[in-house]
Design a protein. Structure first.
Length: 222
């Protein structure tokens, strides 16, 4: 018997009971750092400042869990150069060469079906972080349908010149590290998640290590 549905239900109940509004730091299991020191100079005009500090804890409603774990993954590239699409949600976040799926050249996306409408509070994305890299035109969208035609919302966009054709983004580019990129999502409801990128500072490929989506099933929200 698969215990996961029962665990998700328990987490949802904890999140919406009388103490539901209570916020707790999001518990994130991080992979091992692969590189240390100051990354080499990047010339992006839209790069966020490197502080050298770890990310501050992110508060979420008590009981929220990773609803993307082991969920099915689709892609704009049906035949990845390396790895398998299932690796995006398999729980392996390490920076080694056997922990990521590599999609083809230019703009590509991966898409996760969460199985039912859920209420989201945080998304974590790990691209390849075995070396310092900046991935271009990182855009994250939510939708109610798999074709992304219904209730499409953009929750992150660092495409500063609209070269991806998904709209002009206001978020900053960033250097990949073992911490991944945390994207706050303030209670948005969706079933599907799509993540775009358009090459990186090392090559024109698109690499995904892991995606985690923290929230609760929408049917358990009063």
């Amino acid at each position: 018997m698969n215990p996961r549905p029962a665990l998700l239900l328990l987490a949802a109940v904890l999140c919406v009971r009388a103490d539901g509004p209570e916020r707790v730091p999001l518990a994130i299991v991080l992979p091992k750092p692969v590189f240390v020191g100051t990354p080499r100079l990047f010339t992006s005009p839209n790069l966020e400042a490197v502080t050298g500090k770890l990310r501050e804890p992110h508060p979420v409603p008590k009981g929220c869990v990773n609803l993307a774990a082991q969920r099915p993954v689709a892609s704009s590239d049906p035949a990845p150069f390396l790895g398998r699409l299932a690796m995006v949600t398999d729980g392996d976040k390490e920076g080694g060469g056997e922990s990521f799926v590599e999609l083809g050249l230019g703009k590509q996306w991966v898409q996760i079906d969460l199985g039912q409408p859920v209420v989201l509070f945080a998304i974590l994305v790990w691209h390849y972080h075995g070396e310092p890299r900046v991935y271009h035109d990182v855009v994250v969208q939510l939708a109610d349908d798999s074709e992304f035609t219904t209730n499409v919302r953009t929750v992150f966009n660092n495409d500063h010149d609209n070269s991806s054709g998904l709209g002009l983004g206001r978020d900053k580019e960033y250097i990949e590290t073992f911490e991944g990129r945390l994207i706050p999502v303030a209670g948005s409801k969706a079933r599907y998640l799509r993540l775009y990128s358009n090459g990186n500072t090392t090559d024109d490929m698109n690499d995904y290590v892991e995606v985690e989506v923290f929230g609760i099933p929408a049917k358990h929200v009063p």
